[in-house]
Design a protein. Sequence first.
Length: 145
Amino acid sequence: MTLVRDVTAADEPAWRRLWDGYLAFYETALAPEITSRTWARLIDPASPLFGRLAEVEGEAAGFSVSVLHEGSWVASPVCYLEDLFVDPRHRGRGLGRALVQDLVDLGRARGWSTLYWHTRTGNPARRLYDAFTPADDFVRYRLRL
């Protein structure tokens, strides 16, 4: 059975294990203080950043990290799904779908206007994402400051 729930302080070791796998998937590294700051915001109820954890038989198997923010074209909050990862040992069991559906369900229950995300063009997870909604025609520009 799969359970998707909010992360708690007790989940830090499991989340960090999954986070390390996520960073490895994207062939990137972050300074330890960035990971620590991300974790601190995930468990801070005042932060707009929030995390959800997917468990299979009590084992942390995947996560989502999202940001709830205001939008200039809508009256209710917007949710940006920033990070989503499923441990490779648990892939093919519908956990990615459960994590996205969890946000859809939360958004509907909490009155969010939109849920959005982006991914790399060649990400195999696009098959899953396309089942929820087609990709739009927007192009992302990113200027590092």
